[in-house]
Design a protein. Structure first.
Length: 132
């Protein structure tokens, strides 16, 4: 099952949680946090720590912020995970949260801002189609 559009926005399917209410353009980390998934965001959504990482089961966006690309490359996670703090919710997303407060015993961290930080410079993720 994947995300569906609703009058209020959309839902993102989250493995082990089910559908999570979101709004198009909302930061994925915030939608996951508000839904009570226990997702970590230790650096406050600044693309510095990789604790908010998710695995896409469906609907992975082709665009990625340069900060997402750099941090995932640095941690050898490029092509394995994405940073939910660097992703805007969109229809068709289905994810697996990879680190939670329960699985790690850590506190979630500072709540991220509404907008993506640092201000995103967009690139195409490796392996994404650049056609149409």
């Amino acid at each position: 099952m994947t995300a569906q559009t609703t009058d209020e926005g959309l839902t993102v399917q989250v493995e082990g949680t089910g559908p999570v209410a979101a709004h198009e353009g909302q930061r994925l980390v915030l939608a996951l946090d508000l839904a009570g998934t226990g997702i970590l965001h230790r650096c406050g959504g600044q693309a510095r720590c990789t604790t908010c990482r998710v695995e896409f089961l469906d609907g992975e966006p082709g665009a990625m912020s340069f900060a997402d690309f750099e941090k995932l490359t640095e941690k050898n996670l490029l092509g394995v995970a994405r940073l939910s703090c660097q992703i805007e919710c969109a229809p068709g997303m289905s994810v697996r949260v990879l680190q939670t407060t329960q699985s790690t015993g850590l506190e979630a961290g500072k709540i991220p801002a509404e907008q993506i930080e640092p201000e995103p410079v967009w690139t195409t993720r490796p392996g994404a189609s650049t056609e149409g």
